[in-house]
Design a protein around this ligand. Sequence first.
Ligand code: UFG
Length: 333
Amino acid sequence: MAILVTGGAGYIGSHTVAALLERGEEVVVLDNLQTGHREALLGGKLYEGDLRDKELLARLFSENEIDAVIHFAANSLVGESMQNPGKYYDNNVFGTLSLLEAMKDADVKRIVFSSTAATYGEPEKVPIEESDRTEPTNVYGETKLMMERMMSWFDKVLGIKYVSLRYFNAAGAHDSGKIGEDHQPESHLIPLVLQTALKQRKHIAIFGDDYATEDGTCIRDYIHVSDLADAHLRAVDYLRKGEESNVFNLGNGQGFSVKEVIETAKKVTGLDIPVVMEARRAGDPAILVASSDKARAVLGWEPKYTDLDKVIASAWSWHQSHPDGYSTNQKGE
Ligand code: UFG
């Protein structure tokens, strides 16, 4: 039996494919290589194409014996979603509908879903628990919540079981040094800070220092990408055991401010990282920190990269060895 990984050539997808291969799973990947990289795939059988292509999905399910799907394929930029909402409803929501319909036709009953802390919006309290209010403040988070709700009805009506994993801030790279984070354009804090240390950027901009936090900058919960990958394998095992659908937060449970991230990066790299202050970025909540107690208790998940130094050191070794990211473009050309 094989596991289908949609979006398997992306950042978190490729680290999950690597972890699946490491434990001997058969892996099939569907990726349109819009933001994924062919080079990020350390194995598995790639179908290059789009989730919304019904014929391709039908062929993929008929050519492989899939017993579970891990669904990453989606657009995931908050800012872009607020400029082009249609793109997010189309690729994320309609793409997921197309996938669920194909799973129904192929009688595949298990799906692990890549969700986000953005489903909560401005938190009512921290650390955030899974039962807390979900009121997204951007289109990206809204589409991920809609996808979760769609899955919940496909379970109630058709018995397709799902596990939704709501990640906080993914960071770091694979221990092998072969795969890591390469977004074009890059918008995430840790890679931008490290590119500044490498002098690829003049400075890192801090988006607002007037938040209600100790040093005035936003606080986030940074979780290592290989710890996220491990949670997906555990979620597959959970569904294979016949357990009920469920939702889990994935974070370290500890928050760090933007200034603390920059200070830690200075320490880890031993390099100067020039900073400029800028205005707040629209839609940024002041503090996002996860309670991952449920994932620990139910999935037996235990993050290995518990301190920020280790997460940043892991990202740093990737950026040093791959200063321009993957050597080819997304299509591998
Ligand atoms: N930041 C800066 N300067 C930068 C880039 C980021 O100060 O140049 C700040 C942001 O304002 C934010 C923090 O650093 O306070 C982290 O920003 P990221 O863009 O790295 O990550 P986000 O917290 O905005 O977003 C992440 C994921 C989203 C997900 C979200 C959940 O990338 O996909 O967490 O809230 F939706």
